[in-house]
Design a binder for this molecule. Structure first.
Ligand SMILES: [Zn+2]
Length: 323
C-alpha cells in the first residue's frame, strides 16, 4: 500500500459532525471529481467517483445523514488504460438539482451554470476550509512516500478550484505553490514541515506520525554522515601535519640515526612514524607514562628543530641526562 492510500484511508474516516462542513466537503468532492453534468433544462447528473470504496462510502453516509438522500454505489470495472476498479456514488436526478442549489454550486441564471468553486460562504469558517481541502485531497490528491521524497499535491480540474484550495491552506499559514500541468491545476508542497502541517490539518494523525518518524531518522543519519565527514577531514588534516614531522624523523634517522636520540624523543619518533593518522592525544596515550597533548607537541617540535639543525649543518647536542 502506498503512503497516499494510507492517507486517503485515514482521511476517509475523519468524522464530520456539522452540516457546514458536510456542505463544504460535498461541494469540494463533486467539483474535484468532475461529477456534475448538465443534462438540459434544470436536469443534472451528479456522481462522485473514487478509487477507494471508503471515500465513496463517506459521501454516501454524509448525504444520507444530512439530506436524507439515498445514493447508489456502483462498482465501475477498470478501463483498458489503467485497469483500476473504481467506485461511483450516483445521486438520482430527482435529488440532484436541489442538492446542487443547497451547496451553492449553481449560478443564478445559466442553463450550464455550474460553478467552478462554491460561493465564499461555503468555505467561510475555518472548519469548512479544512473540509474543503480534505475532500479535494480525497478526490485528486497524492502524497509521495516520505522515505523517498517530500511531495504532496492536489491536481484540481480548474484554476479557480486550485486557487481556493491554496487560499484555504494559506489561511492556516501553510505555504504552497500552484502550477499548471497537463490540463490540471496543481497545488503542491515540497517541504516536509509543510506536508506534515497539511496532513495534520486534514486529520491524518497517523500519517503525520509516520512522516515525522521518517524525518527524524533522516535527520539523524544526515547528522551521522556529516559527523563522519567531519572526522575524516580532521584525520586528513592530522595526517598532513604528521607528514612533515615524519619527513623530519626520516631525515634524522638518515643523518644521525634515531638510536642517538634521547629515549623520550626516540619513542615519540617511532610512535609518530608508525601512526601517521593518530591525533596528538592518541599519540600521547602510546607513551609510557601517557603524555598530554602539549607534551606530545613539544617533543614533535623538538624533532623538527633537530632535523632543521642537521639540515643547516649544525651540531646537535643532547643533555647528559636522558630526558
Ligand atoms: Zn464547518
Amino acid at each position: 500500500m502506498s503512503f497516499s492510500t494510507d492517507v486517503r484511508g485515514e482521511l476517509a474516516r475523519v468524522k464530520v459532525e456539522d452540516i457546514c462542513c458536510a456542505k463544504s466537503e460535498l461541494a469540494s468532492a463533486l467539483l474535484a471529481s468532475g461529477g456534475i453534468a448538465w443534462r438540459g433544462a434544470e436536469r443534472y447528473a451528479v456522481s462522485i467517483t473514487a478509487t477507494d470504496a471508503a471515500t465513496v462510502r463517506r459521501y454516501f453516509s454524509m448525504l444520507k445523514k444530512h439530506w436524507g438522500i439515498a445514493g447508489e454505489i456502483r462498482v465501475v470495472s477498470g478501463d483498458r488504460l489503467n485497469g483500476l476498479t473504481r467506485y461511483r456514488l450516483v445521486i438520482e436526478e430527482a435529488d440532484a438539482g436541489a442538492l446542487l442549489k443547497e451547496l451553492g454550486l449553481l449560478e443564478k441564471p445559466g442553463p450550464f451554470g455550474i460553478r467552478q468553486v462554491p460561493p465564499d460562504d461555503i468555505t467561510g469558517y475555518s472548519c469548512c476550509k479544512k473540509s474543503f481541502v480534505r475532500a479535494a485531497f480525497l478526490m485528486c490528491g497524492e502524497v509521495s512516500n516520505p522515505e523517498r521524497s517530500y511531495h504532496i499535491e492536489i491536481a484540481a480540474p480548474s484554476e479557480a478550484f486550485a486557487q481556493r484550495v491554496k487560499e484555504c491552506l494559506e489561511y492556516f499559514k501553510i505555504a504552497c505553490s500552484l502550477t499548471a500541468r497537463r490540463g490540471k491545476y496543481v497545488v503542491y508542497i515540497k517541504r516536509a514541515e509543510g506536508i506534515s502541517e497539511m496532513l495534520s490539518l486534514l486529520g491524518a494523525g497517523a500519517a503525520v506520525l509516520t512522516l515525522e518518524n521518517i524525518r527524524i531518522q533522516k535527520q539523524v543519519s544526515g547528522h551521522v554522515n556529516r559527523q563522519m565527514n567531519f572526522d575524516q577531514s580532521n584525520i586528513n588534516r592530522t595526517v598532513e601535519a604528521a607528514g612533515t614531522v615524519i619527513e623530519d624523523i626520516k631525515y634524522i634517522d638518515a643523518e644521525l640515526g634515531l638510536d642517538k636520540l634521547p629515549k623520550s624523543l626516540r619513542e615519540m619518533a617511532f610512535a609518530r612514524a608508525n601512526n601517521p593518522e593518530h591525533s596528538l592525544s592518541a599519540l600521547g596515550e602510546l607513551m609510557e607514562p601517557p603524555l598530554g597533548k602539549s607534551g606530545v607537541n613539544a617533543r614533535l617540535r623538538r624533532l623538527t628543530e633537530i632535523a632543521d639543525k642537521l639540515r643547516g649543518g649544525e651540531e646537535v647536542r643532547f643533555g647528559r641526562h636522558k630526558d
